[in-house]
Ligand binder design. Structure first.
Ligand code: GLY
Ligand code: MN
Length: 461
């Protein structure tokens, strides 16, 4: 948690961006794993954390834009709770830590919302993503669950995105801590990888590193020799020489700021010539994207430059053909990279995705591109100093997709389908770094996890 001044200032900035009404920010509650008292790890809502800082269950915050008052709703624990959970800080004291003077019992939230509705005041709320908060919001407002998206407040969404997108220095410090844990996770995976090791042994070990770092993984670990499946959570295979292992994993630290990295390396510890050739193209695309990342540039244009790097590398290798610019224009490299270059990173690994990607990654100037591959780009808009984004190009050989394009004769002017026969069991390579946009360009956050081929082979040795 940061000092109270941080949260007071953030709520002040938020109030200045909203014309009238009240802002309702729901914290999260415990979610049962299999029965009420056996819960998943508690994860507070990120916008609640950003404005109210308190990492506890069963809280809600109200910001009255007109009166300027901030209220935290919650209950103090009972003797029974103390017996099971130990002594707890009382609500008043928690609220003071984040600069809030007024606290109310949780049941009073209903009264405050009812009163606001009766007075015809606007209630600004965010689209809820958890079932518990959907039910609660339905009870509080009477709006049916299917209508939340339509009735959530666009002014509030836009105001929060504008604040949370530009990271404060103290937030960067926290992200760097998450990067340090992520570094440890990936180097450990490289050192553990060898033929005969179960994928799950490595996945579990690196998840433990995130946990030992004070938080948890920032998303379920993606670790597989079948790296061509973009989000592969199946860790059931045993490592085999000749295969590549793709690891996409990151940590969130106690403050909940996240890291998100991907590395791909050979199980044998030594890249084959064929693996080396594809790897070098992905690395060139990653480096090219970073070189172009600076304030004022759109990330959509950086994504397109990465696609161009992939197309020209694959053309040099004889897997693509024709004019590279035309190939990119026609979406041909999306056969090999059917995803976007990156996304925002912060309190969430895909920062603020719950608020709506169209608002986080796009604006009036830069609209989403409706083309296979680029349509998945989560971040297209103009970059500003203080943005933290990922740079994660990849090349994948997805047999089903190759089959489909070949059968439907898609982009036959640019794809050498015959050559792809040799790559159907290749897997996939993705290389992901976390990047801070600075005043003049950008920098990689944290020590760069070994990425050059020789460095990786050295670590694995
Ligand atoms: N690291 C997973 C993702 O970015 O989707
Ligand atoms: Mn990512």
């Amino acid at each position: 948690m940061f000092g109270s001044k941080t949260y007071i200032a953030r709520r002040q900035q938020l109030k200045a961006k909203i014309a009238d009404g009240i802002i309702l920010l729901l914290g999260n509650v415990d979610s049962p794993m299999n029965y009420t008292d056996n819960t998943f790890y508690f994860r507070q809502d990120s916008s609640f954390l950003y404005f109210f800082g308190l990492d506890f269950q069963n809280l809600a915050g109200v910001i009255d834009v007109e009166s300027g008052e901030d209220i935290i709703f919650g209950n103090d624990v009972s003797m029974e709770d103390i017996i099971w959970m130990g002594p707890q800080i009382v609500l008043k004291e928690k609220a003071e830590k984040v600069g809030v003077q007024r606290t109310e019992p949780y049941k009073n939230l209903q009264l405050v919302i009812e009163k606001a509705i009766q007075s015809g005041r606007k209630i600004h709320f965010l689209p809820p993503y958890r079932a518990e908060n959907k039910l609660l919001l339905n009870e509080l407002t009477g709006i049916s669950v299917s209508k939340f998206k339509a009735y959530s407040s666009l002014p509030l969404i836009n105001a929060i995105i504008s604040l949370r997108s530009v990271k404060e220095d103290q937030e960067i410090v926290e992200i760097r801590k998450a990067c340090a844990v992520g570094y440890e996770m990936h180097v450990t995976a490289m050192k553990m990888a060898k033929a005969g090791v179960w994928e799950q042994t490595i996945a579990g070990t690196i998840e433990g590193i995130a946990n030992a770092g004070g938080g948890m993984v920032s998303f379920p670990v993606i670790l597989s020799q079948n790296g061509e499946t973009l989000h592969n959570h199946d860790h059931s295979k045993t490592l085999q020489n000749g295969r590549l292992l793709l690891v996409d994993a990151g940590a969130e630290v106690r403050s909940h700021y996240a890291s998100d990295y991907t590395r791909t390396f050979p199980v044998s510890g030594k890249f084959t010539q064929k693996q080396r050739e594809i790897y070098e193209i992905v690395l060139a695309a990653n480096n090219r994207a970073r070189e172009l990342t600076k304030p004022g540039t759109t990330y959509l244009s950086v994504h397109m430059a990465a696609m161009e790097a992939i197309a020209s590398g694959l053309k040099a290798l004889g897997l693509m053909k024709g004019d590279v610019n035309d190939a990119v224009k026609n979406g041909a490299p999306a056969l090999f990279m059917p995803h976007g270059l990156g996304h925002m990173l912060g309190l969430d690994v895909h920062d603020m995705e719950d608020l709506g990607q169209i608002y986080v990654g796009y604006d009036d100037e830069i609209r989403p591109v409706d083309q296979f591959g680029t349509a998945y780009l989560r971040m297209g808009r103009k970059l500003q100093p203080g943005f933290v984004i990922t740079d994660e190009p990849g090349i994948y050989f997805i047999p089903a997709l190759i089959e489909k394009w070949k059968a439907e004769k898609i982009n036959t002017d640019f794809i050498c389908f015959d050559r792809l026969e040799e790559y159907l069991d290749f897997g996939g390579i993705r290389l992901e770094d976390d990047i801070l946009v600075t005043e003049t360009g950008c920098e990689i956050l944290g020590d760069r996890i070994p990425i050059v081929l020789n460095e990786i082979e050295d670590v694995m040795r």
